[in-house]
Write a protein that binds this ligand. Structure first.
Ligand code: 13P
Length: 251
């Protein structure tokens, strides 16, 4: 049985004050979350605050990106070991916003996956197609290429140390959620692709859905066989909404 994971991706939102309020809300409500593992991925600069507030709770935390490099002359970058230093369990790699706005290639994303894994962090590898790619009928080719970059560099067994997230770009922040069937189709495709290398790794791999997931649509998405939780943007910024998604995984 795969334990669902609901992870918040706060992106570039919040302040010390708003994050304190949000985490107070999550801490007081997380008792209703019976099944899912819960995590929040915060902007780097707030990680010390997040650590102080979440230490000793059931909520894990992580970063939204990391450097491909371990240390050295890389101005502005954050290394995996630095995320470890602040108690991070998770780190998002290859989010579509980083691929689009920071020109991260599949190869760079794979190297970030490797850097996270080498440091004992759990990488959350994001894959997903744009609307144009979906309309061209190349969704599977795109997510396969993104996944294969990691398998090519690290081997399929490396996926046992991570989490996969399918985030159709056209569903992110748009209010347009993939239907449960659309999402399930891609999740099943991804799992089968991993299984073609290693069936046991595929069976244990958590594949999250991300893209306008809300309390109102989370249960039907997570009810699908191959959808093992969510990576939540906008709805992760309100304690009530985020907890609503987390409890939807109770079944
Ligand atoms: P939204 O939930 O705001 O659509 O964002 C999804 C996402 O990009 C999470 O990484």
């Amino acid at each position: 049985m795969r334990r669902p994971l609901v992870a918040g991706n706060w992106k570039m939102n919040g302040s010390r004050a708003s994050i304190k309020l949000l985490l107070d809300g999550l801490k007081s409500g997380v008792g209703t979350v019976k099944v899912a593992e819960v995590a929040v991925c915060a902007p780097f600069i707030y990680l010390p605050d997040v650590q102080t507030q979440l230490q000793g709770t059931v909520i894990a935390w992580g970063g939204q990106d990391l450097s491909t490099e371990a240390s050295g002359a890389y101005t502005g970058e954050i290394a995996a070991s630095m995320l470890n230093d602040f108690g991070c369990k998770y780190v998002i790699v290859g989010h579509s916003e980083r691929r689009a706005y920071h020109n991260e290639s599949d190869e760079t994303v794979a190297r970030k996956y490797a850097a996270a894994r080498a440091a004992g962090l759990v990488p959350i590898l994001c894959v997903g197609e744009t609307l144009d790619e979906r309309e061209q009928g190349i969704t599977e080719a795109v997510v396969a290429r993104q996944l294969d970059a990691v398998i090519g560099l690290e081997g399929a067994a490396a996926l046992a140390d991570g989490v996969l997230a399918y985030e159709p770009v056209w569903a992110i922040g748009t209010g347009k959620t993939a239907t449960p069937e659309q999402a399930q189709d891609v999740h099943a495709f991804l799992r089968a692709r991993v299984a073609s290398h290693d069936a046991a790794v595929a069976e244990g791999l958590r594949i999250l859905y991300g893209g306008s997931m809300k309390p109102g649509n989370a249960a039907e998405l997570m009810a699908k066989t191959d959808i093992d939780g969510g990576l939540i943007g906008g709805a992760a910024l309100k304690a009530e909404d985020f907890l609503g998604i987390c409890t939807a995984a109770n079944g």
